[in-house]
Design a protein around this ligand. Structure first.
Ligand SMILES: Cc1ncc(COP(=O)(O)O)c(C=O)c1O
Length: 477
């Protein structure tokens, strides 16, 4: 019998915390991307579960020898890919406490402190980011789910909750609008919402990959004339490809004119709103119906933690509230039951890690770190700009730099794409750093995001040096 008793749990947990501290302290020695081949981890795992329990020591041993080599080290300071999912010591401590209590925080009664801390944290985040006072917030798992909530709420408001009641009936087809650079989750949500991919209208952009408001207005007018039903516009602050910022006020004027739901996806860039110098991004916010950003991307809070704000919580609640008898509770005064503010019933206690992070960092230190990341990205951008065989491919708004290698002797676009694909593979195979790519105007674009909690100037500059060396030694002729 190896089930832990309190004493062995205490010892094993202390050893685990030592492992955690060592791991984070020595993470730079690990390859950023796991070098394992597909199936390598699976093949090392037994086909059948153990009939008799095993001691934690042997499980930890196998964790180190089998699982760890198969992990991407997302907290590595040389992780520059996608958008970060950065974390921090206070956040990790809070996650340990959350796991220890194992509370399921679906409604006020099932943990009053969780509901009330969530309400307070969303109010802190609202103030930190300059979102107006009349917005109410709730923590969701991801931006994908938050945007789905927005689209479903839009559908219910437009149909006076008739779709919820009777099914789609005569209302289809609804039309949802975003730019071609908006995140794939918008398309996924439109599909899940039963609106249909073909009713997601990807409107044109300007040279900086921002939604073109005139193209949006035209698309809405054309659809209306064709008897379709414009429903919702999703504006992106910080597109995944290049962190382009859609012009919110101009978009908001159009959605207000046509009484459409306006949702803002600021999954990554929203964290930058803690910096007053970036508040211009939300000029027009008073016309926005819903807004999402992910503290789990760039605010040192472990995945998952997505902050979803709405102007009218009553619409959100009416869209999602179902109260079966077994969940009916009497409370002396009205309370917040966040199970009615989104899709799942069960909810993790996510507010705790936000509380630990915001209190331990303080708003000023969060600002300092973000400014540091942005300054490093700016320095990298300048270096790339000065380099004759590299080329910047999009304006830098925050801490993402989009670029490519363009050796003087190659002018064929297809070949340049292939060279950059090869360069990305070579860099990532090295294990020294990890970056990702997108395509902007069919050009294979390398993306470096400076957003790791522990990233320093030396990491970025060494990465840049390494990229140049690798690029110039590529054999592509
Ligand atoms: C702009 C944007 N929106 C949405 C998402 C999806 O985020 P999540 O994983 O929280 O659903 C991402 C992910 O990177 C993103 O960049």
């Amino acid at each position: 019998m190896n089930t832990l008793d309190p004493q062995t749990f205490r010892k094993a947990a202390h050893r685990t915390v030592d492992w955690m501290a060592d791991y984070l302290e020595s993470i730079e020695a690990l390859p950023v991307r796991s070098p394992v081949n597909p199936g390598a981890v699976f093949d090392q795992l037994p086909d059948d579960p153990p009939a008799i329990g095993e001691p934690i020591e042997s499980i930890m041993h196998d964790f180190r020898s089998v699982i760890l080599p198969g992990m991407m080290h997302w907290q590595h300071p040389n992780f520059f890919a996608y958008f970060p999912a950065n974390s921090s010591y206070p956040s990790v401590i809070a996650e340990m406490i959350t796991a220890t209590m194992g509370a399921q925080c679906m409604m006020w009664e099932t943990s009053p402190a969780a509901a009330e801390l969530e309400e307070k944290m969303m109010s802190w985040l609202r103030k930190m980011t300059g979102i107006p006072e009349n917005f109410a917030g709730v923590i969701q798992d991801t931006a994908s789910s938050s945007t789905l909530c927005a689209i479903l709420s839009a559908r219910e408001r437009l149909t006076d909750f008739a779709v919820s009641e009777n099914g789609p009936g005569a209302f289809q087809p609804f039309r949802v609008y975003c730019s071609a650079e908006s995140h794939s989750s918008i398309e996924k949500d439109v599909r899940i919402a039963g609106i249909g991919k073909k009713n997601l209208v990807k409107v044109g952009m300007d040279d900086s990959y921002r939604m073109d408001p005139r193209a949006l207005a035209r698309a809405i007018e054309d659809d209306t004339a064709a008897g379709l039903t414009p429903l919702c516009v999703v504006a992106t602050l910080g597109t995944t490809g290049s962190t382009a910022i859609d012009p919110l006020r101009e978009i908001a004027e159009i959605t207000s004119r046509h009484s459409l739901w306006l949702h803002v996806d600021a999954a990554f860039a929203g964290s930058a709103l803690v910096l007053p110098e970036y508040r211009w991004m939300i000029d027009g916010i008073e016309h926005v119906d819903s807004f999402v950003f992910n503290p789990h991307k760039w605010m040192f809070t472990n995945f998952d933690c997505s902050a979803y704000f709405v102007q009218d919580p009553a619409t959100l609640i009416r869209t999602f509230e179902v109260v079966p008898e077994y969940l009916r509770k009497h409370t002396p005064t009205p309370v917040k039951n966040y199970r009615d503010w989104g899709i799942p019933l069960g909810r993790r206690f996510r507010a705790l890690k936000l509380w630990f992070v915001i209190r331990n960092f303080g708003v000023e230190h969060i600002r300092e770190r973000l400014r540091h990341h942005i300054a490093l990205a700016k320095e990298l951008e300048q270096e790339i700009d000065l380099s004759p065989d590299f080329e910047l491919l999009a304006p830098r708004t925050l801490s993402l730099v989009c670029f490519r290698y363009k050796p003087a002797e190659v002018s064929n676009e297809e070949q340049i794409n292939k060279i950059n694909e090869l360069l990305e593979r070579t860099l990532n195979d090295s294990g020294k750093l990890y970056l990702s790519h997108t395509k902007l105007d069919s050009r294979y674009t390398l993306r470096i995001v400076v957003g790791q909690t522990s990233v320093q100037r030396r990491h970025v500059m060494e990465a840049w040096k390494f990229m140049q060396e690798k690029a110039r030694s590529l054999k592509f002729q």
